[in-house]
Design a protein around this ligand. Sequence first.
Ligand code: PGA
Length: 217
Amino acid sequence: MNEPLPLVIANHKANKTWEELSSWIDTVGEKTAQFQGTVILAPSTPFLFSAFQKISQANFNIKLASQDISQFEQGAHTGDFAASQINKIVSFGIIGHSERRNSFQETDEILVSKVKAAIEGQIKPVFCVQDESTLVPEGIGIVAYEPISAIGTGNPDTPENAQEVSTKLRETHQRTVLYGGSVTPQNVKSFLKKGEIDGVLVGTASLDPEEFVKIIE
Ligand code: PGA
C-alpha cells in the first residue's frame, strides 16, 4: 500500500444532501493539509463525481472511496455501477460491510466477485470483516475489523480485543488493518497502534465535520 498511514475513512452511508456534503468537504478539507496520514471520504454514491470535482478544484488532501462495488462489469444491470465507471474518481472501494451483508444479502460468493471486479478495475478494496473467522478473499490489502455489536451502537470493542483480532488478521499476510465500530474523537487514539491497527473506519462520528476533524487531529 502506498498511502501514508494512518488511514482515516469517513463512511457516510446513506446520509447527507449535496449541500451538506459540500460544506462537510470545505470544513474537513481545510484541515487535511498538514495531516500525515490519508483521509478517505466514502460519500453516498450519487455524490461521488461532484465530490471528486470539488476536492480536485480545491486541491484538498482527501481521497475517495465508494461504499460498494458491483460484481459485474458494465452492461445490463439496472441500478448498479461498474468498477470501470468510477475508477477515475475513487481510489478505494468498501466491500463486505455488515450492512450490505445483512440488508442486501451479500454472500461470501458475491463478495469474492466484488473484490475481483474491484481489483480488475484498479480500485483497492477495503474489505470489512466481522471477526477473525470471516472469509477474506484473495488479493486483499486492506481489512477493516468491524464487530457488529460495535457498529452504530456507541459500544466499541476494547482496544485490546481489536488489537488481538488485528494480529490474527495479518498473521499470514502483509495487510493494512483498520478498526471500525463506534470510533469517536475520545477513543480513536486507544485503537491506533503502529504495526497493529493502521487506521479507522468511522460512521456516525464522521457525519459531523467538526467531530471528524477532531478524529484526524
Ligand atoms: P459507526 O459505523 O462508526 O457508526 O459505528 C462504523 C461503520 O459502519 O463503518
